[in-house]
Design a protein around this ligand. Structure first.
Ligand SMILES: [Zn+2]
Length: 485
């Protein structure tokens, strides 16, 4: 099979924006190519039945006035479907055009499904030594003529020129081989239809697998939802988990998040909410930390407090699943920097200097029966309060949880280039305040976000991001009084 044995439709759409759910198509341009010959050129403005935002109109050149008398999608749906039928859909970032078309067809009760060839991917495969593969770059690099850039037919025509040129510059059989690799049929698990995979986007986000009884099976995050979902369900991997998942899955859903941090935040929220059996269980909710408090004699005492105290800007030491876990960690810390722990206020510690186990509960029958003596009888009690306070603080430094490194809230912006989207995530004192899509909306959001809750998953995520200089640099402190981030 060669290029000349295939049926293609090269297509481009313009729209009122990048959201498939909310935006509508304003123009479609296409050319059908059968057996290596252009058989049809067609383009039409489409009345999107809503306003075209001015920045989109300015960029693409399609205005409300231009589409006012144009046909609606429903008016051209039948003839369009006829042109698409039986042909591989070829587009630049093809998933986007494909999903947009499917959505528009669905709105007029039509179903559209086809093989899809993305020319970004094809260009990457054919010219792997180049880094950029956006349409402007392709046009410049290969000196492709384009009469109407950003208009649907002009952009679609460039793609056909690109493939012809690649077939001449390189070997036609090679081009055809790469195309075969890219339009490989999907390998669909028994409980799903091909349709279930059709709209999976190639953007960052979370995906959810449900079983055939609509119970959540697995939640995951991905930089590329489509690639990850297909990989997770790929037959023949020999992985038992994959086999189990393939047999059980009855539905796949997803949520786009713009970036991987956003995906991780959503993943944590969904795992907490749904507790899917194939996810490892999240951190136990009763996790504790410890703080040092001064008793009436001025001695520092270890006191256990719920982990949310980490958000309160007081030094916190350790993060413990339970008291026994706490005892082990604190014991290890004091052993590394031995001092007499008689006055530390923590039941069950063995003094690293005198070897005695501390029991504060002196009246307990059980302890006297067991023959354990109270530490105060064996450890010579120290009167140097200053010294033992310092020793305790020094020993616990190893367990100290980091301070929130900003004077107030901080913003982390994630963006995606195609479709162009932005999300500004807002955090304060290790807590997530939510996100906005426009930097201008940050202050309003901060005013509203009064009752954030401490979440261990988010705390751990932030700690991890802030530990690495490269990711930490993405956090920008928000000056609540002054300028924008
Ligand atoms: Zn001691």
């Amino acid at each position: 099979m060669g290029l000349s044995d295939r049926r293609f439709v090269f297509l481009d759409i313009e729209s009122t924006g990048g959201s498939i759910a909310e935006d509508r198509i304003t123009e479609i341009g296409l050319l059908t190519v059968d057996d290596g010959e252009v058989t049809r050129e067609w383009s039409s403005l489409i009345n999107p039945q809503r306003n075209i935002p001015s920045f989109i109109a300015g960029y693409i050149g399609i205005t409300d006035e231009m589409v006012a008398d144009a046909p609606k999608f429903g008016d051209i749906a039948e003839s369009l479907q006829e042109m698409l039928k039986g042909r591989i859909l070829v587009a630049h970032n093809a998933r986007f055009d494909y999903s947009f078309l499917r959505h528009e067809f669905r709105l007029v009760d039509r179903f559209y499904h086809s093989e899809v060839l993305c020319t970004v991917k094809l260009s990457r495969r054919l010219f792997p030594h180049f880094k950029k593969h956006n349409l402007d770059t392709l046009i410049a690099r290969h000196k492709l003529p384009c009469e109407a850039r950003h208009r649907a037919f002009g952009d679609a025509k460039v793609l056909w020129d690109f493939i012809q040129l690649a077939a001449t510059e390189q070997d036609e059989l090679q081009v055809d081989k790469e195309i075969s690799g890219l339009v490989q049929p999907l390998d669909v698990p028994p409980g799903l239809s091909v349709d279930a995979f059709d709209d999976l986007p190639e953007t960052a986000g979370v995906y959810l697998f449900w079983d055939q009884q609509d119970a959540a099976l697995l939640v995951g995050k991905a930089k590329n939802i489509r690639a990850k979902v297909l990989a997770q369900l790929a037959a023949g991997s020999g992985n038992r988990r994959v086999t189990e998942l393939r047999e059980a899955v009855g539905k796949v859903e997803w949520l786009e998040t713009v970036g991987i941090v956003g995906a991780e935040l959503e993943e944590g929220r969904l795992v907490d909410e749904l507790r899917p059996p194939m996810n490892s269980s999240p951190a136990v909710s009763n996790t504790e930390t410890s703080q040092l408090v001064t008793d009436d004699q001025g001695r520092l005492q270890i006191q256990f407090v719920p982990a949310e105290h980490i958000a309160e800007q007081q030094p916190c030491y350790g993060l413990f699943r339970n008291r026994d876990d706490a005892r082990k960690s604190i014991q290890a810390a004091v052993n590394k920097q031995p001092f007499c722990t008689v006055n530390s206020g923590f039941d069950g510690l063995v003094c690293p200097v005198h070897g005695t186990e501390q029991r504060l509960d002196k009246d307990s029958e059980l302890q006297t029966d067991a023959g354990i003596e109270t530490s105060s009888e064996i450890c010579p009690s120290s009167d140097d309060i200053e010294l033992s306070n310092t020793q305790l603080e020094m020993a616990l430094i190893r367990l100290k949880q980091p301070d929130w490194p900003f004077a107030g809230p901080a913003a982390l912006t994630e963006q995606q280039s195609w479709p162009e989207r932005k999300r500004v995530h807002l955090f304060d004192c290790w807590q997530y305040l939510g996100f906005v899509e426009q930097p201008e909306a940050v202050f309003e959001k901060l005013e509203q976000a009064s009752s954030a809750e401490f979440d261990l998953g988010i705390y751990r995520l932030l700690k991890r991001l802030l530990e690495v200089p490269k990711t930490a640099a993405g956090f920008i402190p928000v000056n609540v009084q002054g300028e924008q981030p």
